[in-house]
Design a protein around this ligand. Structure first.
Ligand code: SF4
Length: 311
């Protein structure tokens, strides 16, 4: 199939959407690092209730879980569709139809999970809806391994940014996600979102309509990096940025057999970070409860996050 999408300077004929900058011709069957092709590939879609409270709300976040990913996290709980590529190739018109259905179901937003390889297709799919006046806030749900040039070209797809900040050391980013340049890229991404979107804004129902939430997933044995990221965030962006401190690390996939990655974060290691969030004076955010390693948890992509307010 010959399929060409050209939007501004971003062409699938020479894909440079993410920092990998593969330069492959996805429009003619070549695939780069992420494995994405020409047609959008979705693993799952529907209302989702596992995000932070202002994203999930009461009616769910209209989530589109895209297949393929620009990272290779050894602990990825979505590996079967992120690195494994499981999913369904759909025409652009079908993606439009699914976005329409999410709006008709009353979802609070369109939540684009790992959208980077698919931004041209998503923009094309959204266009007819926007022309009809059908408009939910876009949640840009990202590892933050992005190019700011790409973000600028597709800025209309990010009203709320749900942006990870996983690492503070290049060596850990290389080992954990195969992305040695992650720290610089992620910090630039987060600064870019902050400059464009600013602090989290909620509507009368407490639902996010604009702004940045930074997610910090605490990794076992790397709690110092989470502390460094929190401190960087406070110094670079100020106390007004919403922070989500996450305790849900679970050693699935390759991590199960990797020394140093094959265990959860203990409550004793997590609690000082929860304290640091308070000490740094962040004005808005959430801290997941960190349970004992023996406690029962809901695992995998259906895990419901239990969040406590920072304030
Ligand atoms: S989106 Fe995929 S093909 Fe394009 S540059 Fe990134 S990894 Fe390479």
């Amino acid at each position: 199939m010959c399929y060409t999408i050209v939007l501004m300077d971003f062409s699938l004929a020479s894909c440079e959407l993410c920092p990998r900058r593969c330069g492959v011709n996805r429009a003619h069957g070549q695939v780069g690092y992420c494995g994405s092709g020409a047609l959008p590939r979705l693993f799952r879609w529907g209302p989702h209730f596992g995000e932070e409270p202002p994203i999930s709300g009461t009616r769910g976040s209209g989530t589109l879980f895209f297949s393929h990913c620009t990272m290779r996290c050894v602990y990825c709980q979505n590996a079967k569709w992120s690195s494994g590529g499981l999913g369904e190739d759909i025409p652009i018109a079908e993606l439009t139809a699914r976005m329409r259905a999410l709006a008709e179901q009353g979802c609070h937003n369109w939540n684009l999970v790992s959208p980077t390889p698919w931004l041209p297709q998503i923009a094309e799919a959204a266009a007819p809806l926007l022309a009809e006046g059908i408009r939910l806030p876009f949640v840009y749900n990202t590892s933050s391994y992005e190019r700011t040039e790409t973000l600028a070209a597709f800025a209309q797809l990010a009203d709320v940014a749900l942006a990870d900040l996983r690492y503070a050391k290049s060596a850990t980013a290389a080992e954990g996600s195969g992305a040695a340049d992650y720290v610089d890229a992620a910090r630039q991404t987060i600064r870019w979102f902050w400059d464009r979107l600013g602090p989290l804004e909620l509507d009368d129902e407490g639902i996010a309509r604009r702004g940045l939430i930074v997610r910090i997933l605490v990794l076992p044995g790397r709690e110092d990096e989470a502390a460094e990221s929190l401190t960087w965030l406070r110094n670079a962006l100020g106390a007004g940025v919403a922070v989500s401190l996450m305790a849900q690390y679970n050693p699935v996939g390759k991590a199960k057999d990797l020394p140093g990655w094959n265990r959860r974060v203990s409550p004793e290691a997590f609690e000082p970070l929860a304290g640091l969030v308070e000490d740094l004076g962040f004005e808005q955010g959430w801290v997941q409860p960190c349970e004992d390693e023996t406690a029962e948890r809901m695992l995998g992509d259906d895990m419901a996050a239990g969040y406590g307010e920072v304030r």
